[in-house]
Design a binder for this molecule. Structure first.
Ligand SMILES: [Zn+2]
Length: 475
């Protein structure tokens, strides 16, 4: 009989353990009530606006590795401390330092005109005086890919694809390839340079910069974007049937390596300080504007959300960590450094979300979590519903936390309304006046609500090394 009893107990223990592992994650009513108060308080809180106004005004453009890189990090670290964060640290991030000095583009013939132009980030410069050649135009990147050396040898390639606006930003994905890989495609046919229509949904005479990448096996040619208005002008001139000769002069290039840093602030958890909810944005920006919407807003939203949680009478059970990422713009260097530094802590990263799509209202929540955590997501959704947030899908990308997601961290994407975002993105128009304080506060309310509820959740969201692998395959 003792043997039978032992077997019975053993099977009871095993089934209890199995239950513990698959028990649905949920949030206690008392924590839901606190989240509702946080939400309502955040809707009337000006902390995020003050942060992004301060960052835009006191620092301004934050080109990675540029003169403001260290100043911006010092500024954010000081702000974390002033806002009562328990711990402020930084983690080094190395990357090539790209420098922009000047750029100039003009049509030389048949009708001379100056064009508003910006070098693309990462581009090599031209020889002094620039390169001058006839323009060969393509409507799309695919059309350029189908070109020939006979067409492009010693010419300047031009891609004229005009991206449309969209609420979820999917049209950016359709357009951005021309900027990222266009130079190497054109160079493979012997082109001397590439000029593209700006990747933007506006019709302003302000060019949009942004990163480009060279294929290491192909010669590096200068790459620049002209404003949408100038693209219209150039295209109209091309319809007149005479060769259009362009001069492009770029003084820019990569100068050695720079060591920046991710700046991290924490509201330390009271029960499980080693378990973290990670939120954040990227601190670097392109240089023509003041980096208010890309991504001062994301840094401000997440700092303000964590600050509000830190103002509660009691610390949350788990730690709320805010990461102000280094150099996202040139290729997610900060994100990759973070994922490398924390690769052995995937399971301790309960869930993560980055804000990097401007300052428009959040309208959709997509959750990449284990099935047993979907009930907790429903609870979060119930608190967010009055803020007009809808439930999106079960796959999430995570932005700068995507590299952690690829290692198995659960992710929540809080999709913002980006209908206007690409009118200003990466231009001199990325400035404070584009931010609606009420929409910004709604973002803070969503982040504060969600981060608090996740920090208090009974159970986890499925983060563990290798989790969500099938989701990656579907992307
Ligand atoms: Zn960004």
């Amino acid at each position: 009989m003792p043997r039978l009893r032992f077997a019975l107990i053993a099977s009871l223990v095993a089934s209890t353990l199995a239950f513990a592992e698959t028990a649905p994650t949920h949030i206690a009513p008392v924590d839901v009530a606190t989240a509702i108060k946080l939400r309502d308080q955040a809707m009337n809180d000006g902390t995020a606006y003050a942060i992004v106004a301060g960052l835009s005004t006191e620092i301004g453009p934050r080109l990675a590795g540029g003169v403001n890189d260290q100043r911006a990090r010092d500024w954010v670290a000081a702000r974390f401390k002033a806002l009562g964060f328990d711990k402020v640290t930084s983690e080094p991030v190395k990357f090539p330092r790209w420098v922009r000095d000047s750029e100039h583009a003009e049509i030389l013939a048949p009708y001379p005109q100056k064009l508003a132009v910006l070098a693309l980030g990462g581009s090599v410069g031209t020889p002094k005086g620039g390169v001058s050649a006839d323009v060969v135009a393509f409507k799309t990147l695919d059309e350029l890919k189908a070109a020939s050396a006979a067409q492009l040898k010693d010419k300047i390639a031009y891609i004229g694809f005009h991206m449309a606006a969209s609420k979820d930003g999917h049209t950016y994905g359709e357009a951005v390839g021309a900027r990222v890989v266009g130079a190497s495609v054109a160079a493979s046919f012997g082109a001397k340079a590439i000029v593209i229509r700006s990747i933007g949904s506006d019709n302003e005479r302000l060019p949009h910069t942004g990163v480009m990448q060279y294929d290491t096996k192909i010669a590096r040619i200068p790459a620049a974007a002209i404003s949408n208005s100038d693209a219209d002008l150039l295209e109209h001139m091309l319809t007149l049937g005479k060769p259009v000769r362009l001069n492009l002069a770029l003084d820019c290039g990569t100068q050695g390596e720079y060591t920046g840093a991710n700046v991290i602030g924490e509201i330390t958890g009271s029960e499980h300080p080693e378990e973290v909810i990670v939120i954040g944005g990227h601190l670097d920006s392109w240089d023509p504007g003041t980096g208010a919407i890309d991504d001062g807003a994301g840094v401000a939203i997440t700092m303000a959300a964590a600050h509000l949680i830190g103002q509660l009478p009691q610390r949350p059970k788990r730690t709320i960590r805010v990461v102000a990422f280094a150099n996202e713009e040139a290729g997610m260097y900060g994100a990759n450094a973070y994922a490398e530094a924390h690769k052995n802590e995937v399971a301790k990263h309960l869930i993560g979300s980055e804000s990097d799509f401007g300052a428009g209202r959040i309208w959709r929540l997509s959750a990449q979590v284990k099935p047993e955590a979907l009930g907790a997501i429903d609870q979060i959704m119930q608190v967010l519903a009055p803020l007009d947030v809808q439930r999106g899908g079960d796959h999430a990308h995570g932005g700068d936390f995507g590299a952690m997601g690829a290692q198995g961290m659960a992710i929540l994407d809080l999709g913002q309304d980006g209908t206007d975002y690409f009118n200003w993105h990466h231009t001199a128009n990325d400035t404070m006046d584009k931010i609606d304080p009420k929409a910004l506060a709604q973002n803070v309310a969503v982040y504060a609500t969600y981060a608090y509820m996740a920090a208090q959740a009974i159970g986890d969201f499925g983060s563990k090394p290798g989790a969500f692998a099938s989701a990656k395959e579907q992307e």
